[in-house]
Design a protein around this ligand. Structure first.
Ligand SMILES: *Cc1c(COP(=O)(O)O)cnc(C)c1O
Length: 484
């Protein structure tokens, strides 16, 4: 497939009944009007020489090369490059997303050097700047509302704090996030940051969010916007590190495998996008915790929801993997009517059987594995004693799955040598100190930039599990801006 000129990049809905949009509108919209997700109408290709030319570039320059074909004429390249440079300037590591060798042929890709210690900063710092740029071009304001089980909320607050054109409201389940996660949301003092402690659990927060967005009158009046994991721009920012890691390890001349701790399927889907663009990825492995719907789907061909079981890797405690719909769309040969039927079945019957073509497609594109709670803890312990490194529990899930595959001989499938295995390290161990200490006896210290987080004053609003209560807080807090 040859890419069209940049200015022709458009986005279509996986359900085929929403307007075709350019990059900026697809991003600001989040969810398509027909309930589907926006995907590029075609995959821009980076050929071998262009992939090879990424070698030695700064992370920011590589990111610009990789992302520009998706932006179309939404922004000038020079302005985009400056935005990307600004987005990653707050990362604590010079390389931004460095590789660390942990075995003869295996590497950790450390994605947690952003301000909130989880990989979500890689995308969120980027889209915070994108929103600011577009809103100032258009002279508009937006009210970002999100629900979080911990990592997304702190990352969104960090990305939008202090911005003139945005208020950010984050709902989190009161008493059910870690102390570090809560303090990351409640200690920013900027007036545009609103942390809402909801009397309920994460599912309640998600239901509240849905009911705000389903009230179209309120949505328009309050100018709601979303930055949840289905936002295309978040996926796009995550495509970059698949390229930088693979090129550092010999791509395009050598294939590289990736093992990805997965919840909402955003991160591993970004790897799939990199492959569609031409990056020679050997295996792309979905690693799940005990909430293993994706692993089961690949094995059985049947996507069936069950109840979420809380785990020590809470950011992967998910049953409905929102971004899965995007790969399903390709698996159905981009037949939107087929996707509509499957999604209707999911809503009514809590599951569906994959059409045979889609099942074969998914098994070609992905491998999968799971880690139980005991296996996750045992992996943290083993890696700590072998290497002195402390893994966060999400990363440990992926290390366990990678080791299972190596034992099964999965790594050495390529005839001309082993492909290096890159395990995505999605959070800093210090974000989950209790689980890590319980597993290996070492309590990981916070990086110095965050060391005083327990001394900073907290600010949050406790709210009932009631959409009306949330709406009135949002209207009250944003009234002054709407008048002006
Ligand atoms: C969000 C998150 C994940 C899962 O990523 P998805 O894109 O939802 O698959 C894994 N690890 C950590 C630490 C996270 O915050």
């Amino acid at each position: 497939m040859t890419p069209g000129p940049a200015s022709t990049m458009t986005y279509v809905s996986t359900r085929g009944q929403a307007p075709v949009l350019g990059f900026a509108d697809a991003m600001l919209k989040g969810l398509a009007q027909d309930g589907g997700l926006y995907v590029p109408a075609h995959w821009p290709a980076l050929d071998g020489p262009r992939i090879a030319a990424l070698f030695g570039l700064s992370y920011e320059d590589a990111a610009t090369e990789i992302m520009v074909p998706f932006i179309g004429d939404a922004m000038a390249v020079a302005e985009f490059r400056t935005l990307v440079q600004d987005a990653y300037s707050g990362f604590r590591h010079r390389v931004r997303c460095p590789l660390v060798q942990i075995g003869s042929n295996s590497f950790l890709l450390e994605l947690f050097h952003g301000p909130t210690l989880a990989f979500k900063d890689v995308a969120m710092q980027f889209i915070g700047r994108l929103f600011a740029t577009w809103l100032s071009h258009k002279g508009e304001r937006l009210t970002i509302v999100g629900a979080t089980s911990g990592d997304t909320g702190s990352s969104a607050i960090e990305a939008f704090r202090g911005q003139d054109s945005v208020d950010v409201f984050i709902m989190y389940p009161d008493g059910r996030v870690s102390d570090v996660q809560r303090r990351q949301m409640t200690t920013p003092q900027e007036a545009n940051v609103h942390a809402l402690a909801v009397e309920g659990d994460f599912d309640d927060c998600q239901r509240l969010l849905k009911s705000l967005f389903n009230d179209s009158e309120f949505r328009d009046e309050a100018r709601l916007g979303a930055v949840n994991s289905i936002n295309w721009a978040r996926v796009l920012a995550q495509v970059v590190y698949y390229f930088t890691a693979a090129v550092a390890l010999g791509a395009p001349d050598r294939k590289v495998s990736f093992v990805v701790p997965t919840g909402n399927f955003g991160d591993v889907y970004a790897g799939y996008v990199a492959r569609r663009m031409g990056l020679p990825i050997d295996r792309l492995v979905i690693a799940t915790n005990q909430n293993d719907i994706l692993d089961r789907t690949l094995r059985t061909g049947s996507y069936r929801m069950s109840d979420v079981k809380p785990s020590i890797s809470p950011s992967m405690d998910i049953q409905v993997s929102s971004n899965f719909e995007r790969v399903l769309f390709d698996g159905c040969g981009r037949d939107a009517s087929q996707v509509r039927h499957l999604m209707a079945a999911l809503a009514t019957d809590r599951g569906f059987d994959l059409p045979p073509g889609a099942a074969a497609f998914l098994r070609r594109e992905f491998a999968s594995g799971r880690a139980s709670e005991a296996e996750t803890a045992e992996t943290i312990r083993a890696v700590q004693s072998e290497t002195g490194r402390t893994l966060c529990p999400h990363t440990a899930v992926a290390v366990k799955v990678a080791r299972d595959m190596a034992r099964a001989g999965g790594q050495v499938r390529e005839s001309d040598g082993d492909s290096p295995v890159v395990i995505l390290a999605t959070a800093h161990a210090a974000k989950f100190p209790d689980a890590v200490e319980a597993a290996c006896g070492v309590r990981p210290p916070l990086p110095t930039e965050l060391a005083d987080i327990f001394d900073r004053p907290e600010r949050m609003t406790r709210v009932a599990n009631d959409p009306a209560a949330i709406k009135s807080i949002i209207m009250e807090r944003t009234a002054a801006c709407r008048r002006s």
